[in-house]
Design a protein around this ligand. Structure first.
Ligand code: GMT
Length: 378
Protein backbone atom coordinates (compact mmCIF):
# COMPACT_ATOMS: atom_id res chain seq x y z
CA UNK A 1 0.00 0.00 0.00
CA UNK A 2 1.14 3.56 -0.76
CA UNK A 3 2.54 5.15 2.41
CA UNK A 4 0.22 7.83 3.73
CA UNK A 5 0.53 10.97 5.83
CA UNK A 6 -2.09 10.54 8.54
CA UNK A 7 -3.21 13.08 11.15
CA UNK A 8 -4.75 11.60 14.34
CA UNK A 9 -6.83 13.52 16.86
CA UNK A 10 -8.09 12.02 20.12
CA UNK A 11 -8.40 12.86 23.79
CA UNK A 12 -4.87 12.14 25.04
CA UNK A 13 -5.90 11.19 28.58
CA UNK A 14 -6.47 7.70 29.92
CA UNK A 15 -9.55 6.11 28.30
CA UNK A 16 -10.31 3.50 25.69
CA UNK A 17 -10.68 5.89 22.74
CA UNK A 18 -7.30 7.52 23.45
CA UNK A 19 -5.69 4.11 23.85
CA UNK A 20 -7.08 2.84 20.52
CA UNK A 21 -6.09 6.04 18.67
CA UNK A 22 -2.55 5.92 20.07
CA UNK A 23 -1.97 2.20 19.54
CA UNK A 24 -3.33 2.50 16.00
CA UNK A 25 -0.99 5.43 15.28
CA UNK A 26 2.00 3.49 16.61
CA UNK A 27 1.16 0.42 14.50
CA UNK A 28 0.56 2.53 11.36
CA UNK A 29 4.00 4.11 11.86
CA UNK A 30 5.53 0.64 12.19
CA UNK A 31 3.97 -0.16 8.81
CA UNK A 32 5.75 2.83 7.29
CA UNK A 33 3.02 5.50 7.32
CA UNK A 34 3.84 8.98 8.61
CA UNK A 35 1.69 9.74 11.64
CA UNK A 36 0.95 13.19 13.07
CA UNK A 37 -0.82 13.29 16.45
CA UNK A 38 -2.71 16.57 16.86
CA UNK A 39 -3.81 16.64 20.49
CA UNK A 40 -4.04 18.86 23.56
CA UNK A 41 -1.37 16.83 25.36
CA UNK A 42 1.00 13.96 24.76
CA UNK A 43 -1.13 10.77 24.35
CA UNK A 44 -0.32 8.77 27.47
CA UNK A 45 0.61 5.57 25.64
CA UNK A 46 2.88 7.41 23.18
CA UNK A 47 6.12 6.29 24.75
CA UNK A 48 9.43 5.53 23.03
CA UNK A 49 10.84 7.08 19.90
CA UNK A 50 9.70 6.46 16.33
CA UNK A 51 11.04 8.53 13.43
CA UNK A 52 7.66 8.36 11.66
CA UNK A 53 5.60 9.77 14.56
CA UNK A 54 5.18 13.50 15.12
CA UNK A 55 3.26 15.20 17.89
CA UNK A 56 1.60 18.60 17.41
CA UNK A 57 0.27 20.16 20.56
CA UNK A 58 -2.91 22.25 20.63
CA UNK A 59 -2.35 25.26 22.88
CA UNK A 60 -5.57 26.50 24.43
CA UNK A 61 -5.23 30.00 25.85
CA UNK A 62 -7.73 31.29 28.33
CA UNK A 63 -8.47 35.02 28.20
CA UNK A 64 -10.61 36.87 30.67
CA UNK A 65 -12.97 37.92 27.84
CA UNK A 66 -13.85 34.28 27.20
CA UNK A 67 -16.16 32.53 29.61
CA UNK A 68 -14.82 29.16 28.31
CA UNK A 69 -11.38 28.31 26.91
CA UNK A 70 -11.78 27.81 23.11
CA UNK A 71 -10.36 24.23 22.76
CA UNK A 72 -12.42 23.45 19.64
CA UNK A 73 -11.30 26.55 17.73
CA UNK A 74 -7.66 26.10 18.77
CA UNK A 75 -7.81 22.47 17.62
CA UNK A 76 -9.35 23.39 14.23
CA UNK A 77 -6.64 26.03 13.82
CA UNK A 78 -3.88 23.51 14.59
CA UNK A 79 -5.45 20.93 12.25
CA UNK A 80 -5.45 23.53 9.42
CA UNK A 81 -1.81 24.36 10.15
CA UNK A 82 -0.73 20.69 10.11
CA UNK A 83 -2.71 19.93 6.92
CA UNK A 84 -0.95 22.82 5.16
CA UNK A 85 2.55 22.22 6.49
CA UNK A 86 2.57 18.44 6.24
CA UNK A 87 0.25 17.90 3.24
CA UNK A 88 -1.79 15.27 5.09
CA UNK A 89 -3.61 12.65 3.01
CA UNK A 90 -6.16 12.10 5.72
CA UNK A 91 -7.25 12.90 9.24
CA UNK A 92 -8.47 10.13 11.50
CA UNK A 93 -10.43 11.68 14.35
CA UNK A 94 -11.85 9.89 17.37
CA UNK A 95 -15.24 11.20 18.59
CA UNK A 96 -17.82 12.99 16.44
CA UNK A 97 -17.87 16.00 18.69
CA UNK A 98 -15.89 17.98 18.97
CA UNK A 99 -13.19 16.23 16.90
CA UNK A 100 -15.02 15.50 13.62
CA UNK A 101 -16.51 18.99 13.62
CA UNK A 102 -13.05 20.51 14.31
CA UNK A 103 -11.54 18.44 11.48
CA UNK A 104 -14.19 19.68 9.02
CA UNK A 105 -13.55 23.27 10.05
CA UNK A 106 -9.75 22.81 9.95
CA UNK A 107 -9.87 21.28 6.47
CA UNK A 108 -12.03 24.16 5.29
CA UNK A 109 -9.64 26.71 6.81
CA UNK A 110 -6.72 25.02 5.02
CA UNK A 111 -8.76 24.93 1.80
CA UNK A 112 -7.74 21.29 1.39
CA UNK A 113 -10.77 19.29 0.15
CA UNK A 114 -8.45 16.42 -0.83
CA UNK A 115 -7.51 15.74 2.79
CA UNK A 116 -10.03 13.06 3.75
CA UNK A 117 -11.70 12.78 7.14
CA UNK A 118 -12.24 9.42 8.82
CA UNK A 119 -14.25 9.58 12.05
CA UNK A 120 -14.42 6.77 14.60
CA UNK A 121 -17.32 6.73 17.06
CA UNK A 122 -16.42 5.26 20.43
CA UNK A 123 -19.59 5.44 22.44
CA UNK A 124 -20.05 8.30 24.82
CA UNK A 125 -20.35 10.72 21.88
CA UNK A 126 -23.50 8.83 20.84
CA UNK A 127 -24.84 6.88 23.81
CA UNK A 128 -24.67 9.83 26.21
CA UNK A 129 -24.23 13.06 24.23
CA UNK A 130 -26.49 11.85 21.41
CA UNK A 131 -29.49 12.20 23.77
CA UNK A 132 -28.67 15.87 24.39
CA UNK A 133 -30.75 17.95 21.98
CA UNK A 134 -28.26 20.83 22.24
CA UNK A 135 -25.60 18.60 20.65
CA UNK A 136 -27.51 16.27 18.31
CA UNK A 137 -27.31 18.59 15.28
CA UNK A 138 -23.54 19.00 15.67
CA UNK A 139 -23.06 15.22 16.03
CA UNK A 140 -25.11 14.63 12.85
CA UNK A 141 -23.09 17.31 11.01
CA UNK A 142 -19.77 15.76 12.15
CA UNK A 143 -20.92 12.34 10.98
CA UNK A 144 -22.43 13.36 7.67
CA UNK A 145 -19.57 15.63 6.59
CA UNK A 146 -16.92 13.00 7.40
CA UNK A 147 -15.77 11.03 4.35
CA UNK A 148 -15.91 7.75 6.26
CA UNK A 149 -17.44 6.91 9.63
CA UNK A 150 -16.59 3.81 11.65
CA UNK A 151 -18.05 2.55 14.94
CA UNK A 152 -16.40 0.18 17.40
CA UNK A 153 -19.37 -2.23 17.53
CA UNK A 154 -22.51 -3.19 15.64
CA UNK A 155 -24.52 -2.06 18.64
CA UNK A 156 -23.01 1.44 18.50
CA UNK A 157 -23.61 1.58 14.76
CA UNK A 158 -27.31 0.68 15.23
CA UNK A 159 -27.76 3.15 18.08
CA UNK A 160 -26.12 5.94 16.07
CA UNK A 161 -28.40 5.39 13.08
CA UNK A 162 -31.53 5.27 15.30
CA UNK A 163 -30.63 8.19 17.51
CA UNK A 164 -29.05 10.59 15.05
CA UNK A 165 -31.43 9.65 12.24
CA UNK A 166 -28.71 9.57 9.61
CA UNK A 167 -28.46 7.42 6.51
CA UNK A 168 -24.67 7.84 6.40
CA UNK A 169 -22.99 4.49 5.88
CA UNK A 170 -21.19 3.42 9.07
CA UNK A 171 -18.66 0.61 9.04
CA UNK A 172 -18.03 -1.46 12.17
CA UNK A 173 -14.34 -1.89 12.98
CA UNK A 174 -13.80 -3.53 16.35
CA UNK A 175 -11.17 -2.56 18.89
CA UNK A 176 -7.88 -4.40 19.38
CA UNK A 177 -4.96 -4.62 21.79
CA UNK A 178 -1.24 -4.79 21.19
CA UNK A 179 -0.54 -8.48 21.75
CA UNK A 180 3.09 -7.62 22.63
CA UNK A 181 1.80 -5.98 25.82
CA UNK A 182 -1.25 -8.11 26.60
CA UNK A 183 -0.51 -11.82 26.88
CA UNK A 184 -0.45 -14.49 29.57
CA UNK A 185 2.66 -13.81 31.64
CA UNK A 186 3.17 -14.70 35.25
CA UNK A 187 4.95 -12.07 37.31
CA UNK A 188 6.51 -13.95 40.23
CA UNK A 189 5.99 -12.39 43.62
CA UNK A 190 3.43 -9.79 42.51
CA UNK A 191 0.50 -11.30 44.44
CA UNK A 192 2.66 -11.37 47.57
CA UNK A 193 3.55 -7.70 47.05
CA UNK A 194 -0.17 -6.93 47.21
CA UNK A 195 -0.67 -9.15 50.24
CA UNK A 196 -2.66 -11.77 48.29
CA UNK A 197 -2.20 -15.44 49.15
CA UNK A 198 -1.74 -17.96 46.33
CA UNK A 199 -4.84 -19.92 47.36
CA UNK A 200 -7.07 -16.82 47.11
CA UNK A 201 -9.09 -16.02 43.97
CA UNK A 202 -8.66 -12.56 42.48
CA UNK A 203 -11.39 -10.58 40.71
CA UNK A 204 -10.59 -7.36 38.85
CA UNK A 205 -12.55 -4.37 37.56
CA UNK A 206 -10.98 -1.56 35.51
CA UNK A 207 -12.85 1.62 34.60
CA UNK A 208 -13.11 5.37 34.97
CA UNK A 209 -15.68 4.98 37.77
CA UNK A 210 -18.44 6.85 35.97
CA UNK A 211 -22.09 6.21 36.90
CA UNK A 212 -22.65 4.11 33.73
CA UNK A 213 -20.04 1.58 34.89
CA UNK A 214 -22.22 0.40 37.85
CA UNK A 215 -19.15 -0.28 39.99
CA UNK A 216 -21.54 -0.84 42.93
CA UNK A 217 -22.72 -4.03 41.17
CA UNK A 218 -19.11 -5.19 40.93
CA UNK A 219 -18.72 -4.72 44.70
CA UNK A 220 -22.07 -6.44 45.42
CA UNK A 221 -21.07 -9.39 43.22
CA UNK A 222 -17.76 -9.66 45.06
CA UNK A 223 -19.51 -9.49 48.43
CA UNK A 224 -21.60 -12.58 47.55
CA UNK A 225 -18.59 -14.42 46.11
CA UNK A 226 -16.54 -13.61 49.23
CA UNK A 227 -19.07 -15.50 51.40
CA UNK A 228 -18.26 -18.69 49.49
CA UNK A 229 -14.57 -18.27 48.65
CA UNK A 230 -11.36 -16.70 49.89
CA UNK A 231 -11.00 -13.87 47.41
CA UNK A 232 -9.76 -10.35 46.76
CA UNK A 233 -11.18 -7.66 44.49
CA UNK A 234 -8.86 -5.27 42.62
CA UNK A 235 -10.51 -1.96 41.71
CA UNK A 236 -8.38 -0.17 39.13
CA UNK A 237 -9.06 3.40 37.98
CA UNK A 238 -10.65 6.47 39.50
CA UNK A 239 -13.55 8.77 38.78
CA UNK A 240 -16.70 10.49 40.03
CA UNK A 241 -18.24 7.42 41.75
CA UNK A 242 -15.16 6.62 43.84
CA UNK A 243 -16.33 8.04 47.19
CA UNK A 244 -19.68 6.22 46.91
CA UNK A 245 -17.83 2.97 46.22
CA UNK A 246 -15.45 3.46 49.15
CA UNK A 247 -18.53 3.96 51.40
CA UNK A 248 -20.21 0.83 50.05
CA UNK A 249 -17.08 -1.27 50.66
CA UNK A 250 -17.07 -0.04 54.29
CA UNK A 251 -20.79 -0.71 54.74
CA UNK A 252 -20.32 -4.27 53.48
CA UNK A 253 -17.26 -4.66 55.74
CA UNK A 254 -15.05 -5.63 52.83
CA UNK A 255 -12.16 -3.23 53.47
CA UNK A 256 -9.67 -6.06 54.07
CA UNK A 257 -10.48 -7.73 50.75
CA UNK A 258 -10.98 -4.85 48.31
CA UNK A 259 -7.82 -3.19 47.00
CA UNK A 260 -8.25 0.28 45.56
CA UNK A 261 -5.33 0.64 43.13
CA UNK A 262 -6.29 3.95 41.47
CA UNK A 263 -5.12 4.78 37.95
CA UNK A 264 -2.47 2.40 36.65
CA UNK A 265 -0.36 2.68 33.52
CA UNK A 266 0.34 -0.94 32.67
CA UNK A 267 -2.61 -3.07 33.63
CA UNK A 268 -1.42 -6.26 31.88
CA UNK A 269 0.42 -7.44 35.02
CA UNK A 270 -2.69 -6.82 37.11
CA UNK A 271 -4.86 -8.90 34.76
CA UNK A 272 -2.22 -11.57 34.91
CA UNK A 273 -2.47 -11.89 38.69
CA UNK A 274 -6.29 -12.08 38.44
CA UNK A 275 -8.68 -14.95 37.80
CA UNK A 276 -11.79 -13.12 36.65
CA UNK A 277 -12.73 -9.74 35.15
CA UNK A 278 -16.06 -8.03 35.91
CA UNK A 279 -17.71 -5.27 33.84
CA UNK A 280 -21.28 -4.52 34.98
CA UNK A 281 -21.95 -1.37 32.88
CA UNK A 282 -25.37 -0.12 31.87
CA UNK A 283 -23.91 1.44 28.68
CA UNK A 284 -20.75 0.22 26.96
CA UNK A 285 -20.10 0.43 23.26
CA UNK A 286 -17.33 -2.20 23.30
CA UNK A 287 -15.53 -2.59 26.64
CA UNK A 288 -11.86 -2.53 25.68
CA UNK A 289 -10.89 -3.74 29.18
CA UNK A 290 -12.65 -7.04 28.44
CA UNK A 291 -10.45 -7.62 25.43
CA UNK A 292 -7.32 -6.63 27.40
CA UNK A 293 -8.22 -9.19 30.07
CA UNK A 294 -9.06 -11.90 27.51
CA UNK A 295 -5.74 -11.38 25.72
CA UNK A 296 -4.11 -12.21 29.07
CA UNK A 297 -6.25 -15.36 29.30
CA UNK A 298 -8.73 -14.01 31.86
CA UNK A 299 -12.43 -14.95 31.42
CA UNK A 300 -14.96 -12.13 31.90
CA UNK A 301 -18.43 -11.64 33.30
CA UNK A 302 -20.25 -8.67 31.77
CA UNK A 303 -23.71 -7.26 31.24
CA UNK A 304 -25.93 -7.61 28.19
CA UNK A 305 -25.41 -3.92 27.41
CA UNK A 306 -24.35 -2.21 24.20
CA UNK A 307 -21.46 -3.98 22.48
CA UNK A 308 -20.48 -6.23 25.43
CA UNK A 309 -22.30 -9.28 23.90
CA UNK A 310 -20.17 -8.79 20.78
CA UNK A 311 -17.05 -9.35 22.90
CA UNK A 312 -18.27 -11.84 25.53
CA UNK A 313 -19.69 -15.00 24.00
CA UNK A 314 -21.87 -16.42 26.76
CA UNK A 315 -20.44 -19.74 27.98
CA UNK A 316 -17.50 -19.66 25.55
CA UNK A 317 -15.12 -16.99 26.86
CA UNK A 318 -17.11 -15.66 29.83
CA UNK A 319 -20.69 -15.10 30.94
CA UNK A 320 -23.37 -12.46 30.32
CA UNK A 321 -25.91 -11.24 32.88
CA UNK A 322 -28.72 -8.66 32.72
CA UNK A 323 -27.75 -5.12 33.82
CA UNK A 324 -28.06 -4.88 37.63
CA UNK A 325 -28.23 -8.64 38.23
CA UNK A 326 -25.29 -9.01 40.59
CA UNK A 327 -26.80 -12.10 42.20
CA UNK A 328 -26.60 -13.99 38.90
CA UNK A 329 -23.10 -12.60 38.30
CA UNK A 330 -22.02 -13.95 41.73
CA UNK A 331 -23.59 -17.36 41.04
CA UNK A 332 -21.68 -17.62 37.75
CA UNK A 333 -18.44 -16.32 39.28
CA UNK A 334 -18.58 -18.93 42.06
CA UNK A 335 -19.30 -21.69 39.53
CA UNK A 336 -16.41 -20.54 37.35
CA UNK A 337 -13.91 -20.15 40.16
CA UNK A 338 -14.83 -23.45 41.81
CA UNK A 339 -14.88 -25.66 38.69
CA UNK A 340 -11.42 -26.05 37.15
CA UNK A 341 -12.81 -27.64 33.96
CA UNK A 342 -15.24 -24.80 33.25
CA UNK A 343 -12.50 -22.31 34.09
CA UNK A 344 -9.98 -23.93 31.72
CA UNK A 345 -12.57 -23.97 28.90
CA UNK A 346 -13.44 -20.30 29.31
CA UNK A 347 -9.81 -19.30 29.68
CA UNK A 348 -9.04 -20.99 26.37
CA UNK A 349 -12.09 -19.34 24.82
CA UNK A 350 -10.91 -15.93 26.03
CA UNK A 351 -7.44 -16.38 24.52
CA UNK A 352 -8.94 -17.61 21.25
CA UNK A 353 -11.31 -14.62 21.01
CA UNK A 354 -8.45 -12.16 21.47
CA UNK A 355 -6.12 -14.01 19.10
CA UNK A 356 -8.63 -14.60 16.32
CA UNK A 357 -11.66 -12.27 16.20
CA UNK A 358 -9.90 -9.15 17.44
CA UNK A 359 -6.28 -9.68 16.45
CA UNK A 360 -4.53 -6.35 15.87
CA UNK A 361 -3.25 -7.37 12.42
CA UNK A 362 -6.84 -8.00 11.28
CA UNK A 363 -8.17 -4.71 12.66
CA UNK A 364 -5.19 -2.73 11.31
CA UNK A 365 -5.82 -4.20 7.85
CA UNK A 366 -9.45 -3.03 8.04
CA UNK A 367 -8.40 0.54 8.86
CA UNK A 368 -5.79 0.50 6.09
CA UNK A 369 -8.46 -0.70 3.67
CA UNK A 370 -10.68 2.25 4.69
CA UNK A 371 -7.76 4.66 4.18
CA UNK A 372 -6.93 3.12 0.79
CA UNK A 373 -10.52 3.48 -0.42
CA UNK A 374 -11.05 7.00 0.84
CA UNK A 375 -7.74 8.39 -0.46
CA UNK A 376 -8.40 6.84 -3.88
CA UNK A 377 -11.45 9.13 -4.15
CA UNK A 378 -9.29 12.26 -4.64
O1 GMT B 1 -15.64 4.04 28.91
C1 GMT B 1 -15.44 5.25 28.97
O2 GMT B 1 -16.11 5.98 29.68
C2 GMT B 1 -14.33 5.86 28.15
C3 GMT B 1 -14.67 5.88 26.69
C4 GMT B 1 -13.61 6.65 25.90
O3 GMT B 1 -13.99 7.56 25.20
O4 GMT B 1 -12.44 6.32 25.96
O5 GMT B 1 -14.74 4.53 26.22
C5 GMT B 1 -15.49 4.29 25.05
O6 GMT B 1 -14.58 3.92 24.00
C6 GMT B 1 -13.87 2.71 24.24
C7 GMT B 1 -12.91 2.48 23.06
O7 GMT B 1 -13.60 2.31 21.87
C8 GMT B 1 -14.85 1.53 24.40
O8 GMT B 1 -14.15 0.34 24.65
C9 GMT B 1 -15.79 1.84 25.57
O9 GMT B 1 -16.76 0.79 25.65
C10 GMT B 1 -16.50 3.18 25.35
N1 GMT B 1 -17.26 3.53 26.56
C11 GMT B 1 -18.59 3.57 26.58
O10 GMT B 1 -19.30 3.28 25.63
C12 GMT B 1 -19.21 3.95 27.88
Amino acid sequence: MKKLKIGITCYPTVGGSGVIATELGKMLAEKGHEVHFITSGMPFRLNGVNASIYSHQVEVSSYSVFQYAPYDIALANKIAEVITNEQLDLLHVHYAIPHAVCAILGRDMANAPDTKIVTTLHGTDITVLGYDSSLQGAIRYGIEKSDVVTAVSESLKRETIELIGTDKEIETIYNFVDERDYYGKKVPGLREDFGIRNDEKVMIHVSNFRRVKHVEDVVQTFSLVRRQLDAKLLLVGDGPEMSRIVRLVKELELEADVLFLGKQDGVAELYNMSDLMLLMSEKESFGLVLLEAMACGIPCIGTRAGGIPEVIEDGANGFLVPVGDYERAAELAIQLLKQPDTYAKLRQGAEKTAAERFHSSKILAQYEQVYRKVTAQK
